[in-house]
Design a protein around this ligand. Structure first.
Ligand SMILES: C[S@@+](CC[C@H](N)C(=O)[O-])C[C@H]1O[C@@H](n2cnc3c(N)ncnc32)[C@H](O)[C@@H]1O
Length: 188
């Protein structure tokens, strides 16, 4: 499959700067004794910042080029995998994170199901996505279409509804701008 991210991988961390690490720490309830899976984690741009607050970080992604960058960062374990078919046992991770990647996944329902599968009871799944309710995000969607990215954006409410249909309740938060977070806690 054609890898759009191969071209930008070497400069990705330089051009994509947005990161609200304090918010992610709060939503993920860090620090914890346990491992974090950063699914669609690319270069590890985000999870490399969360490393001090967890025991270990696995970055899974489809793109070899993005993962090569993740492998250059200390203490990140890169794993090439579809988010829809993660090569991990059930209940492997205390925390699971997806930043700016859900809209790239081919089968989002299947990916969400698999992310929940690998999450331990008592664990948290946090998804960060651009909020398509915001006008500026509609422009971003048009740009991604022009770049022939096969993105499919869901609203925070649609993501929460998918979770609900799977028996999980989700909390939606927004930064008041273009970013939304959907958080799911897996009961013990
Ligand atoms: C916009 S980047 C975000 C990377 C990282 N989460 C960040 O915020 O820096 C989206 C990533 O999703 C990955 N991706 C796309 N489809 C995927 C899939 N089906 N399974 C796993 N990763 C996928 C891409 O290779 C890319 O690295």
């Amino acid at each position: 499959m054609f890898d759009h991210f191969a071209f930008v991988a070497p400069i990705y961390d330089k051009i994509i700067r947005f990161l609200n690490i304090e918010k992610l720490k709060q939503l993920l309830e860090l620090p914890i004794d346990g491992r974090l899976l950063d699914a669609g984690g690319g270069t590890g741009r985000v999870s490399s910042q969360l490393k001090p607050w967890v025991d270990g970080v696995v970055v899974s992604d489809l793109s070899r080029s993005m993962l090569k960058q993740a492998g250059n960062k200390r203490d990140l374990l890169p794993v090439q995998a579809h988010a829809e078919k993660l090569p991990f046992a059930d209940e492997s991770f205390e925390r699971v994170l997806v930043v700016d990647a859900l809209h790239h996944f081919c089968d989002q329902e299947q990916a969400l199901a698999d992310l929940l599968r690998v999450l331990k009871p008592g664990g948290k799944l946090v998804i960060e996505e651009p909020d398509i309710n915001q006008f500026i995000v509609k422009i971003l969607i048009a740009v991604e279409k022009l770049l022939l990215l096969r993105s499919r954006f869901l609203s925070p409410e649609q993501i929460a509804d998918i979770m609900k249909a799977k028996g999980f309740s989700a909390r939606i938060e927004s930064d008041g701008g273009i970013i939304s977070w959907i958080t799911v806690g897996k009961e013990l």
